[in-house]
Structure formats: C-alpha cells, structure tokens
Design a protein around this ligand. Structure first.
Ligand code: SF4
Ligand code: SF4
Length: 492
C-alpha cells in the first residue's frame, strides 16, 4: 500500500542555517514512497510469571548483529541532563531508521529524522551549535515514539538520548514566563499530587455535565490553544476510586499483583481500570491498589523534567515493594515503559526490582493460562499498537494473541499498525499541527479496515484516536484491549 505523506513542514527548512551546522551534515532526504518498512517481524519478549520482564534498554537489541557488543545501559549511564557520549556514539548513521520515523515521513527533512536529531544533540553536546529556537523545534517535534529504536541495528537508545537531550535543552534554552509557569504548574504542582488532579478533573466534570461546555464551545470564547485542549477531552466518567487497597482473587489464588493506576487514567478512562480489576480477579489474582502510589513520571521524563520524575519514582517504590507481589500490572503503555526503566532514574536495587516486576496487562494476561471466556464478542477490530508498548517495551504479539483468542472477534490489521498515531503525551497539545497530520494519515489507514472498534493499550492513544474518529466522521468506538477481554467474561 502506498503511503501518502506531505513534506511541507516550514520550520524544518530554515534549520541548517539557523543552527549553524553545515547543510551537508543534514541533507534533505526523500522519504521512500513505497511505504516499505525497514524491519520484519521482530522477536518479542513475553512475560514469564516468576521471572518478570526487564525493559528493552536492559537487553541486547533484538536486531543487533550477532555478537556485537551492546553497552549495558544500567551499568554505564543513568538518565542525566547530559546525553551520554557513549549513547550518541552508538549511531553509525546508517539511516535504516528513517523510514520508520513519522516526522521524517511527513517532512522529508533529515533534521526531523532520528539520525538528524542525534546529530543535533551531539553537536550541542560538543558546543558546535546553540540551543536556539530552531534547535528546540527539532527536538520538540520528536514524538519520542521510539520506533527508530525498535529498528536500529546498532541498538541506539534513542529514547534515553532524547530524554537527556531535552533536559539539557531546557537547562540552556531561555523559556518565556508562560512556558516556565506551565512547566512549574503541570510537572511540579499538579501531576505529583493525586488530590489536586482529582480536584481539577472534578471541576472539568462539572463543566461538562452542567451544560457549560456546550455554551463555551458555541460561544468560541476560549483562545485557540485552550480550545484545542478542551476539544481533546472525552466525556469524563465518574472517577475510578477503589474502595479497598486489596481485592481478593475470585476462586483459587494464583497470583498476587499490584495494579498501577496512574494520574489521568482513573479520571478519564475509569472503565479501563474497572475492567482490568475484574479480569485480573477473575483469573485468580489478588489485586493490590496501594493508596500511596502517584503518577509514574513519564510526562516529566519526556519533557526533560527528570528531578520531578525521580521524586515520583521514589514515592512509587515503597508503595508497591515489600508486598510480596508477583507482578505490578499496568494498563497504560506509556507508564509501563517508564516504570520498567526506573533504574535509569534511580540507581538503586529497589528501582531495578520495581522495573523487573512491572508488566503490561496484555503481557501478563497473554503469559498466564486464562479462564475460559463466557461469551463471544461479535465485532471487527483493528489494533493500533501503542508506541510505548511495541517499541519501548517490545511487546507486539501479546495484544494480538489475546484478541485472537476471543470467540467471535475478527482482527483486521491496518497498514502500519506500529506507526505512531500522533498522541505522544502532551505532544497532541503542544505540536498540534504535526500531531493532526499524523493522526489524519492514521485514520485513513484505519478507515480502510472497516473495523467497528479500534483497540489500543494506552490512554493517550485512546484520546487521540477518539479525536481522529470525530475528525474522520467515523462511527468506530475506541477501546482498550482489556475492555474486550472483560466483555468476553461477562455472563452469557
Ligand atoms: S539511529 Fe540506528 S538506524 Fe538510525 S542512523 Fe543511527 S545507527 Fe542507523
Ligand atoms: S522517536 Fe519517533 S519521532 Fe522521534 S526520531 Fe525516533 S521515530 Fe522519529
């Protein structure tokens, strides 16, 4: 299938001159128009009960040539505000990642490709360029989807490079007072505090249910950026507020697991948590939902706010460890990826243990013997593989295995299911133009499947795909994989 991508991103055109690199360093390359992928079916690691799963960074890259030494990331570098020279030097500039980079596919600019960004970060590291506005735009336009990491034959840890690169950028760049205020409030005053988040979303719930939303939308009173943010918000449900800290297993106890609830998920997608809890208990899990847990820190890490993320990680470790858990189950791919990499934030054995115990809910369910389903789920679904599941955690088969096992369900693949939907956390708000272009391409791929349900494994993807459904005028509904499993367990 041919992939149509536009290459009209103006900011990219001025970059080589403004940032002071020789244009030949970052030549514009034409994206391949045949949509061919640079990788085949990658080997995946699946959860083995009792063994746990470490993150993708802790292992030799699956595509690395046999015997090629890959630096052990945990041993040599942590997540710092300076990209490591060892990490940067792993890139051999082969360009195999380019055709898997959504921003390169759309712009055709080397500076919007993984290789170009690595080159830029290295140049700043070595003092050859300044952290000026153009430099900043190229780093901020990266989705941190880690698709490039997934296909890189040299095992380049692109996610870690970009996270450190952004931390370095925000240390050096001069931010406006509005940006500083936003970062202070969002990353330090709201995200780490569940009660403040709950109050904020409580106010939004009243706003939506009182009819005020319709009035505000009709009056177009909100300025552009706020209007965009407001339009992204789905209709809020009653929040997921667990009554107990420990829910017993139904029937024979098989596993003792923790459920990580996260910051926004219980307030926006409460039904996903409720479904996860039911499915786990039905499959013999005693489920612990510690009250002391807080946001995982993923949004902070991606925005280069590592200190805030460390503080949250420090709070999550004692909340889950020492409970004798077999696994810490998480149903948000973005959170899971960060939690598996806590040892890069905190150089401690407790952080490594936390990462070892963390499993995505699909990874966990696909690795255990499931109770028989009670009823068929007659629908045609297509799977959008969340980037932080398929690329950061390298979990590709688990959601498919689970979906294929549901009687009555037809799984119809879209083209390029592992290409980002343009959500990428706050990216869908901060890089609205690029995010929308990526989303529109994704919706074209989805509409060709005629699926009634789009399934994915991350709340940000769900929000973005719901927006895509509205934009494309489709009638499909968006669900988490675990919601369909839960449906198959309902009484016939
Ligand atoms: S990141 Fe990997 S795939 Fe991309 S240019 Fe560098 S070595 Fe090649
Ligand atoms: S993380 Fe995604 S958007 Fe960023 S360079 Fe890699 S493939 Fe491109």
């Amino acid at each position: 299938m041919r992939r149509s991508r536009r290459h009209d991103h103006r900011r990219a055109r001025c970059w080589p001159r403004e940032a002071g690199l020789h244009a030949a360093d970052l030549q514009r390359r034409r994206p391949r128009s045949d949509g061919a992928r640079a990788h085949g079916d990658r080997p995946v690691r699946e959860f083995q009960p009792g063994q746990g799963v470490a993150n993708a960074r802790a292992h030799p890259h699956p595509n690395a040539p046999e015997g090629r030494p890959i630096a052990d990331p945990r041993g040599c570098v942590g997540l710092t505000a300076t990209p490591s020279a060892a990490d940067l030097s792993q890139c051999v500039h082969c360009g195999l990642c380019l055709q898997n980079c959504p921003t390169y596919l759309l712009t055709g600019y080397e500076a919007e490709s993984p290789r170009g960004r690595i080159h830029l970060i290295q140049a700043l590291n070595e003092g050859r360029v300044e952290a000026n506005a153009a430099y900043r735009q190229h780093l901020e336009l990266c989705l941190v989807c880690r698709n490039c990491e997934s296909v890189c034959p040299s095992g380049v840890h692109f996610g870690r490079i970009m996270e450190a690169g952004r931390a370095q950028l925000y240390e050096r760049a001069s931010l406006s007072w509005r940006e500083r205020l936003f970062r202070r409030v969002a990353f330090h005053e709201v995200l780490p505090y569940p009660m403040r988040l709950r109050a904020l979303f409580g106010a939004l719930l009243v706003y939506q249910r009182s009819g005020l939303r319709r009035l505000v939308q009709a009056s177009r009173l909100l300025p552009g950026s706020l209007r965009d943010a407001e339009s992204l918000l789905p209709d809020l449900p009653a929040p997921f507020l667990p009554r107990w800290e420990v829910y017993p297993a139904e029937g024979k106890l098989r596993y003792r697991v923790g459920l990580f609830t996260g910051c926004v998920m219980p307030l926006v997608y409460a039904a996903v948590h409720a479904a996860t809890l039911r499915v786990l208990r039905h499959n013999g899990c005693e489920v612990h939902i510690p009250r002391q847990q807080v946001c995982c820190g993923a949004l902070n890490v991606h925005a280069g706010e590592q200190e805030g993320a460390r503080a949250m990680a420090r709070q999550n470790l004692p909340a889950f460890l020492d409970r004798g858990l077999d696994a810490i189950v998480v149903n948000s791919a973005g959170c899971g990826a960060t939690m598996k990499e806590y040892a890069e934030l905190l150089d401690s054995s407790a952080a490594a243990e936390f990462g070892r115990l963390t499993v995505d809910v699909t990874e966990f369910l696909a690795s255990i013997e499931l109770q028989p389903f009670r009823r068929p789920v007659h629908c045609t679904v297509t799977l959008q593989e969340s980037c932080h599941l398929v690329h950061a955690q390298r979990i590709k088969e688990a959601p498919r295995t689970l979906l294929s096992s549901i009687p009555g369900l037809k799984l119809r693949d879209m083209a390029h299911p592992d290409l980002c939907c343009g959500s990428a956390g706050l990216y869908m708000l901060t890089e609205r133009g690029m995010s929308t272009q990526i989303l529109d391409d994704k919706m074209r791929d989805i509409s060709q499947t005629d699926a009634q349900t789009i399934v994915t494994a991350n709340p940000g993807c769900m929000m973005q795909l719901e927006r895509g459904v509205r934009r494309a005028g489709l009638t499909a509904e968006v669900k988490h994989v675990v919601e369909l499993i839960d449906e198959a367990y309902r009484p016939a």
